[in-house]
Ligand binder design. Structure first.
Ligand SMILES: C[S@@+](CC[C@H](N)C(=O)[O-])C[C@H]1O[C@@H](n2cnc3c(N)ncnc32)[C@H](O)[C@@H]1O
Length: 229
């Protein structure tokens, strides 16, 4: 099913996309030690909102894709002591940092973070009740966004929820500034994708259940909860 949906919307992956993904891995590996500052400054409120809107319950199987240095991941694990929490990040150094962080605060937690690409998640189909993604889709090359969403859909249980945090496009001044920054450091910032997400998700087998705008230090995010249909 996912392959069929993907073939309808996604162009064939090309060499430029793979080069971009390798560059992203390199950049996030390099900045893994300082990245927590950025996550706390810009994503903390969105993380809390995502957890609240997800209606996650202790005992669930939870996955976070693109954990970065683990700020949201730690909260997911601490909210799920009876369940199983998994994380992946493209950058091996980010994944390692996240795993170390969780062991330092919850030694016995059933919580495991590894390096993996969202386009090829190392999990069985229909394994998770909730999958969280924060500030990931912005980084992916065009065709890879549909691949990523199809892969998330594959690992979600029937009726499972994807909780997506996008950088919002609702503020034109922010959009202009972001585009200027992204032109300088494309592998770090990517591009804004919120509007494309709304177009894409119904075609890929998701229903939007809820959406909320948040803002932290002028940085606008949107939290979207989607159901696998
Ligand atoms: C902007 S950071 C967001 C980190 C974290 N979600 C947060 O809220 O702070 C983006 C993260 O996505 C990861 N990433 C980029 N491309 C990826 C891919 N194809 N698969 C998995 N992770 C990816 C990067 O390594 C980086 O850690």
């Amino acid at each position: 099913m996912e392959r069929l949906l993907k073939s309808l919307v996604s162009p064939v992956a090309d060499a430029a996309a793979e080069t971009r993904i390798r560059a992203i891995r390199g950049v996030y590996d390099i900045i893994s030690d300082v990245y927590p500052i950025s996550s706390r400054l810009f994503h903390r409120l969105a993380h809390a909102t995502a957890i609240e809107m997800s209606k996650m319950e202790d005992g669930m199987r939870i996955l976070e894709v693109a954990t970065g240095s683990g700020e949201l991941y730690r909260q997911l694990t601490l909210n799920n002591p009876q369940g199983l929490t998994f994380g992946v990040d493209l950058s091996p150094r980010m994944a390692q940092k996240t795993q170390k962080g969780i062991r330092s605060i919850a030694k016995q937690a059933r919580s495991y973070c590894h390096a993996a690409d969202v386009r090829n998640l190392p999990f069985r189909s229909s394994s998770f009740d909730r999958v969280f993604l924060c500030a990931l889709l912005e980084l992916l090359p065009d065709g890879a966004m549909a691949d990523a969403l199809c892969e998330v859909r594959r690992v979600l249980k029937p009726d499972g929820r994807m909780v997506l945090v996008c950088i919002s496009q609702r503020d034109p001044r922010f959009n202009t500034l972001y585009a200027a920054g992204a032109a300088l450091v494309p592998s770090f910032l990517g591009r804004l994708v919120e509007r494309s997400v709304y177009e894409l998700v119904p075609k890929l087998g998701f229903e939007i259940l809820a959406q909320r705008n948040v803002r932290q230090l002028w940085y606008p995010s949107t939290v979207i909860v989607l159901r696998k249909v």
